[in-house]
Design a protein around this ligand. Sequence first.
Ligand code: GLN
Length: 284
Amino acid sequence: MLLKDYKNNFTQELSLFYDEQEIESFFFIVMEAFHEMKRVDLALNPNFELDGMQLLQWETVLSQLKEHKPIQYILGETEFYGLPFFVNENTLIPRPETEELVDWIIKENSKDKELKILDIGTGSGCIAISLAKDLPNAKVYAMDVSEKALEIAQKNAKRNKVTVIFLHQSILETEDLLATFDIIVSNPPYVRNLEKEEIKKNVLDYEPHLALFVEDTDALLFYRKISELAVKNLSENGQLFFEINQYLGKEMTDLLGNLKFQNIELRKDIYGNHRMLKGNFQSK
Ligand code: GLN
C-alpha cells in the first residue's frame, strides 16, 4: 500500500477519537520514527510503499491510539529540549512547560561555572540530562524513588552522552542530602485529587500516578520537604527551582518566603499558567 493512501485510512480510523490536527501530528511523528521521513518527504516521495511488515507496525500503532495510549509510550520515545529521550509507563512524558524550566536554569547560569546540581524526582531524567548537556561544567546528580524510572533515566544519559550520578532514594525519607549544591531543581508530584477531572484520559490511564498525584490535604508535601532540605544543603546564593501546580503560586511563594529565600520569582508558562518558581538561598 502507498503511504499516502494509508494516511487517508489512518485519518479516517482515528477520526472518532481525535481531531484532525492531532491525527495529522500523530501520522507525521510515526512516519519519522518508522521511516525517518519528515513531513515534506511524503510529498517528495508520493510512491513510497509500505511492505506487509511495515503495514503491521502501523496497524499496531493505530490500535493503541484508539485506546488513547500516548504516542510517546507507543513509540517508547520522545523529544525534550532538542534531545531524544526513552520513555515508558514508569516515567512521565516530559512536558513543554518543563522545557521552559530547564531553559530558565540554563539562562541564569554560565556554561563555564563548575556547578553542583541536584534534580529531585528525575523520572526519565529529562531535566538532569538536558542541564548536563547545556551546562558542561556542572556535576549533575539526580534522585528518584522509582527504580524503574531510574533504569530509563540511565539509558537516557547514555543515549545523550552525558554523565549524571543517579541516586535511588525517597526524598520524603531523606534527612540530609549530605552534600552542598549550587542548584536544586524539582518537578515533584503536584496534581491534587480535586484536579483529577481536568486530567485527560490518556494521562490518567497511562502515566504513573506516583509521579503525578498528591493528597488534597497536603499538596505541598514534596515542596516543603525539598525546600527545608535546600536550606541545609544549598551553597551561599544557591538556587532552588521548582515546577509547580498552577493554582498554588501564592502558597509556594509564601513557603519560600517563610524559609527566608531571596529574590523569589514566579513565572508563567506558554499557556499563561503560573508554573515555575525560583528562590535564592542566603544564610544572612
Ligand atoms: N504537568 C503534569 C500534568 O499536567 C504534572 C506533573 C507533576 O505532577 N509534576 O499532568
